[in-house]
Design a protein around this ligand. Structure first.
Ligand code: PXL
Length: 273
């Protein structure tokens, strides 16, 4: 199985490609990367960070790949810095995704019910047009609101379900606890263990682990449960070990248990080349 991760490289802060690559590789799949930008840190909580968009390089990189005849079982996109990059993901899908390949879009827009720096309503609408080309989308509760305009998770899910077969709203906080709302032959709700508050990079760990689980052949409900358990353990550890949340999740030493759970649930490799 071969996956292409399209995301930025934030050199410090454990998110995007610095999470996607190790987690997907650990899942036992080949992960190629297409970096969208190079930053000294991510933009959430740091000041004075450097930001180098890589649009020109992305074009040259993919033109070279075309000469190699590469194609992917999955493309997963994350942080995109401009409308041009959103269009680039759509084009990359057309050029490199196998016929029965899967596009997973994490519509990175914001947290705590506000946009990340540099994003606005118009950008959210553009992101929505990319979601419409995806097989799975992974908005957090803030992104679900920014994409649909409603804080009602059932309504947001049904609105997103009109454009994408499998919307997955992660970390939806309700009076009865935290849930993942997702669409899989109708609305489904999975109660998940959760820690109050927001943890930087948790969405990126979730997206990478979820993609790994799908690539290893787990059905959607199992992939979500195994991924949610991994994220929960990583968040509990982070709460204990990392005083400053902008440095991301200490997920590394939870990978072993995640993989053990994944292996227990995965069909044999013979069925899953
Ligand atoms: O974790 C999402 C993310 C990814 N990449 C960059 C970010 C953020 C969130 O702040 O700034 C550059």
């Amino acid at each position: 199985m071969r996956v292409l991760a399209i995301n930025d490289i934030s050199c410090v802060g454990k998110c995007s490609l610095t999470v996607a690559l190790p987690v997907l590789s650990a899942c036992g799949v080949t992960c190629d990367i297409l970096p969208t930008a190079l930053l000294s840190t991510h933009t959430g909580g740091f000041t004075g960070y450097t930001f180098l968009p890589l649009d020109d390089e992305m074009k040259k990189i993919t033109d070279h790949w075309e000469t190699l005849g590469l194609s992917y079982d999955m493309i997963c996109s994350g942080y995109l810095g401009s409308r041009a990059q959103i269009d680039f993901v759509k084009e990359t899908k057309r050029r490199f995704l196998k016929k029965d390949g899967v596009l997973v879009v994490d519509p990175v827009l914001g947290d705590n019910f506000t946009f990340y720096k540099g994003f606005d309503k118009q950008f959210a609408d553009e992101m929505l047009s990319l979601c419409a080309e995806a097989d799975y989308i992974l908005p957090n509760e803030t992104e679900s609101f920014l994409l649909t305009g409603t804080r009602d998770f059932s309504k947001a899910l049904s609105s997103l379900g009109n454009i994408c077969p499998h919307p997955v709203i992660t970390g939806a906080k309700t009076d009865e606890g935290y849930f993942i709302y997702y669409f899989d032959r109708g609305e489904q709700k999975l109660c998940i263990p959760c820690v109050e508050g927001s943890f930087h990079g948790a969405g990126d760990v979730f997206a990478a682990a979820f993609c790994g689980c799908l690539l290893r052949g787990l059905p959607l409900d199992t992939a979500l449960a195994v991924t949610a358990n991994f994220c929960y353990r990583a968040i509990v550890r982070t709460q204990r070990e990392v005083p400053d949340r902008k440095y991301g999740l200490n997920y590394e030493r939870e990978i072993l248990e995640f993989l053990q759970e994944l292996e227990r649930c995965a069909p044999s490799d013979a069925q899953n080349r």
